[in-house]
Write a protein that binds this ligand. Structure first.
Ligand SMILES: NCc1[nH]cc(CCC(=O)O)c1CC(=O)O
Length: 319
């Protein structure tokens, strides 16, 4: 390995802003470790500082996030710190990042994506299709609720909130019979061995950008952006761009559950599947397309537009 000339003169430590949940901290640590591996001077003790910031989403525990008003609940306070110069980079689960960012900020780096699929947990070990009628599934995600009810309209879905550990405790205590969590978060917390089953995208299409970690910076911070450049995963960036295109096209108009998953094919082209659902799972509109990687954004926007035009009008009203 060659030692590159430090890209930034050792000023103050490089400050990483993050939420304080175990998953958020694991993601911040992964970012720190990747920075240290790419730049030896950042592997020195004290070269990187982790700054924990509490967000509105961390404070709200009594309501589902959709009820609390949705967008940016896990990012706003961290972005404020970035704009104020209190941190140099922010590490986010891209799933929680709204499509519109504040002026002057950008997602300048995407780490290699974890498995985007959802994991299924049940107390009895039963799969989704084997759960007895009237069993209770805990999830605050309308996307998961809708896809569960589409296959099992006889199940009862109730809100279940809290971080990964909290939800697994509530399942163990019998508050619900089953729940779902992103496999990516479980892998990062070394909890994936507790999963009952991994749900294929044909059963449970993931959330836009699920499993992807994005790093947000000030667009004019050339020093930090150059440090992050070698960490960026081009394939993840393309996939996230296409999936977020879907969300962008549908944004503002609704709180309809949306799911999307893009892949890069062996020939370098891409494939995108996107879905909009009614929360009761009775209306599902899907679209799928193939396109060259250079068209990732326009294909995503186009898919979102198509979903929008095909959804029955009533579904777009906030319940
Ligand atoms: N909504 C919270 C959230 N944001 C990101 C993840 C998981 C990690 C990821 O998708 O990268 C989770 C928890 C979950 O859905 O199980």
């Amino acid at each position: 390995m060659t030692t590159a000339t430090p890209l930034h003169t050792p000023r103050a430590p490089l400050r990483i802003g993050t939420r304080g949940s175990p998953l958020a901290l694991a993601q911040a640590h992964e970012t720190r470790d990747r920075l240290g591996a790419a730049h030896p001077h950042l592997a020195e003790p004290g070269a990187i500082e982790i700054v924990v910031i509490k967000t509105t989403g961390d404070r709200i525990l009594d309501r589902t996030l959709a009820e609390a008003g949705g967008k940016g609940l896990f990012t706003k306070e961290i972005e404020d710190a970035l704009i104020a110069g209190e941190i140099d980079l922010a590490v986010h689960s891209m799933k929680d990042v709204p499509t519109a960012l504040p002026d002057g900020l950008g997602i300048t780096c995407l780490l290699p994506r974890e498995d985007p699929r959802d994991a299924w947990f049940s107390r009895s070990g039963a799969d989704l299709m084997d759960l007895p009628a009237d069993a209770v599934v805990g999830t605050a995600s309308l996307r998961r609720q809708a896809q569960i009810l589409a296959r099992r309209p006889d199940l009862k879905v109730v809100p279940l909130r809290g971080n990964v550990q909290t939800r697994m405790r509530k399942l163990a205590e019998g508050e619900v019979d089953a729940t779902l969590l992103a496999l990516a978060g479980l892998r990062r917390l070394a909890l994936a061995d507790r999963v009952t089953a991994v749900l294929e995208p044909e059963v449970m299409l993931p959330a836009v950008a699920q499993g992807a970690i994005g790093i947000e910076t000030r667009l004019d911070d050339a020093v930090t952006n150059a440090l992050l450049a070698p960490l960026n995963c081009a394939e993840t960036a393309l996939r996230v761009t296409a999936e977020r295109g879907v969300l962008t096209a549908l944004d503002g108009s609704c709180r309809t559950p949306i799911a999307a998953l893009a892949r890069v094919l062996p020939d370098g082209g891409m494939e995108l599947e996107a879905m909009a659902l009614s929360p009761d799972g009775r209306t599902i509109v899907t679209t799928r397309r193939r396109f060259p990687a250079a068209e990732a954004l326009t294909a995503g926007l186009d898919a979102g537009q198509e979903l929008k035009s095909r959804l029955p009008a009533g579904i777009f009203t906030v319940a």
